[in-house]
Ligand binder design. Structure first.
Ligand SMILES: Nc1ncnc2c1ncn2[C@@H]1O[C@H](COP(=O)(O)OP(=O)(O)OP(=O)(O)O)[C@@H](O)[C@H]1O
Ligand SMILES: [Mg+2]
Length: 355
């Protein structure tokens, strides 16, 4: 705050802290500092740069997350805010639902079992360690996996008056979680038809008290069905992270899934190639089992960003058994490091939308 208070937009005027340009400043143990910065009409063009430089220069600060609001951009926490001038505008917000969630990223794939839930869990955890406020919605109503991956099996609390009840997400590893798995009995199979899926997903978006989030990660069920369509029709999804395995690339399922999202005007943020080679538990060397590189070729061919490869790694399984995502349980492992890099690539591809 003291470092920021040295910046005055106008000569002789108030500094940016006193004037209320700077809001909600939070400092994290790892040296990350985040705050909201509201530009006003008449502010000098390089004010954001000055403020960022001042924050970055402050003692102990390793990373600065500025959420810049332009004067005409509506409520400070509204998603789609924080656009830098000249960047691609976010799609028109569908009002009210998730108004306090700044970014929504869905994790999807062409086929099942390729590691969507694993990637979604690790993205959520990795963004959390980068200082973002993160939620993770398990939209896999058929086979909810997120509770296990986060070692969480409490029942969520329901608050609010009758008729306006809200479900409170459960917090694990600093991430706000919601899953049908928390609400079902363990043995109860989740067999549902389309309309029911749409209903539950909508409820998860509207009736879960997500609160202020920088990012909501949505773990999708396999395929290109009701859940995918209902999600993009209910809320604005900033983009989809498409997970594929090297073999999956050959089948055309990924291509079809990408096309489906394009048809409903949803941006694909990029492709992750999972199970890309095997990280040897003894020497750490990555052995190419199925033929790596297909994900990257596919991304290039479809003009999509390539977000990285994640090797098959025993650390993923052991992290899963412990109920913590690999980026937290084994950050140094081949998969842990690869998943952190994927998160960084996703952050970069969220474009000029600053957290
Ligand atoms: N890179 C990896 N290394 C080791 N094991 C992995 C890796 N990626 C995924 N797995 C394991 O493979 C299995 C399937 O992964 P996951 O559940 O994330 O896939 P999914 O795409 O979400 O599946 P579904 O379509 O059923 O939802 C899990 O047991 C997971 O722990
Ligand atoms: Mg899954």
């Amino acid at each position: 705050m003291a470092a920021l208070a040295r910046i005055r937009p106008a000569d002789g005027g108030q500094d940016v802290v006193t004037s209320g340009h700077v809001q909600n400043l939070e400092a994290f143990e790892d040296g990350t500092v985040r705050f909201q910065f509201t530009l006003r009409a008449g502010d000098p063009g390089d004010l954001v740069k000055q403020v960022r430089a001042a924050a970055e220069g402050a003692t102990g600060v390793t990373s600065v997350k500025m959420n810049v609001q332009l004067p005409q951009m509506g409520p400070p926490s509204a998603r789609g805010g924080g656009l830098k001038p000249g960047s691609v505008p976010a799609p028109t917000p569908k009002p009210d639902i998730l108004a306090d969630v700044r970014h929504v990223v869905a994790v999807s794939s062409g086929k099942g079992g390729v590691g969507k839930s694993m990637v979604a869990a690790n993205l959520a955890a990795a963004f959390r360690t980068r200082g973002w406020r993160v939620g993770l919605l398990d939209a896999d109503i058929y086979g909810p996996n997120i509770p296990i991956m986060f070692g969480e099996d409490r029942r969520p609390r329901v608050t609010g008056e009758r008729g306006k009840e809200m479900i409170e997400p459960l917090e694990a590893h600093g991430v706000q979680l919601m899953s049908l798995g928390f609400l079902l009995d363990k043995e109860q199979p989740a067999i549902m038809r389309g309309p029911l899926i749409t209903g539950i997903l909508k409820q998860f978006l509207e009736q879960v008290a997500w609160g202020d989030l920088d990012l909501l990660v949505v773990d999708m069920p396999p395929g290109t069905g009701d859940a995918q369509l209902s999600l993009v029709q209910t809320i604005d999804v900033d983009g989809v992270v498409m997970v594929t395995t090297p073999q999956d690339v050959a089948t055309g399922d990924v291509r079809r899934a990408v096309k489906m999202f394009e048809r409903v005007n949803t941006r694909v943020l990029g492709v992750v190639e999972n199970m890309s080679g095997l990280s040897c538990p003894h020497c750490g060397e990555v052995v190419d089992v199925f033929g790596a590189g297909g994900g990257e070729r596919l991304a290039n061919e479809m003009k999509l960003p390539f977000l990285g490869r994640v090797p098959l790694d025993p650390a993923v399984r052991s992290a899963g058994d412990e109920g913590s995502p690999t980026v937290l349980a084994a950050p140094e492992s081949a998969a842990g490091a690869a998943l952190s890099a994927v998160a960084a690539a996703v952050e970069a591809n969220l474009g000029a939308l600053v957290p």
